[in-house]
Write a protein that binds this ligand. Structure first.
Ligand SMILES: [Zn+2]
Ligand SMILES: [Zn+2]
Length: 145
């Protein structure tokens, strides 16, 4: 990878981290930046409850619980742009549902900082099947800027 490509990865992942600060889940704040096929910025999003609904609480999203209360950052970023995307930068490794949505819209490369270690085995297997089928590049990257 060229220095320039590595720099872009760092900048876009850093942007995902920045927008994650707006996330409203009390357990985990997630940010997502999407690129168009030509490399331009397509969209950004963070995880949050539907507009007008109350935010997450320790009762909906305590330690060890999955956040089912929010729309995920990837889902929100996808809903804020039209057309095909190419790359997704996400602070946290995407779940199965978001992976499916990203791939359906064209994503063939996903870069994330934090791994999703508590994912259930069945969900991990379904996600992996999608990644294998579509040849999606799935890359964990340390933020170094
Ligand atoms: Zn939550
Ligand atoms: Zn998700």
């Amino acid at each position: 990878m060229s220095d320039r490509a590595a720099l872009k990865d760092q900048v876009f992942l850093r942007m995902a981290l920045e927008i994650s600060r707006l996330g409203t889940c009390c357990r985990l704040k997630v940010g997502c930046i999407l690129l168009r096929p030509d490399g331009g910025l397509a969209s950004g999003g963070f995880n949050g409850a539907l507009p007008g609904m109350p935010h997450c609480t320790p009762d909906t999203c305590g330690p060890g619980m999955r956040c089912l209360h929010t729309s995920h950052a990837e889902e929100n970023a996808l809903s804020f742009c039209d057309g095909t995307i190419s790359v997704a930068y996400v602070t946290d490794e995407p779940c199965l549902v978001c992976t499916r949505a990203l791939v359906r819209r064209g994503a063939r490369r996903v870069v994330f900082a934090r791994p999703y270690t508590s994912i259930a085995e069945q969900e991990r297997a379904e996600r992996q099947a999608i990644l294998d089928h579509f040849g999606v590049k799935w890359e964990q990257l340390e933020l170094s800027l």
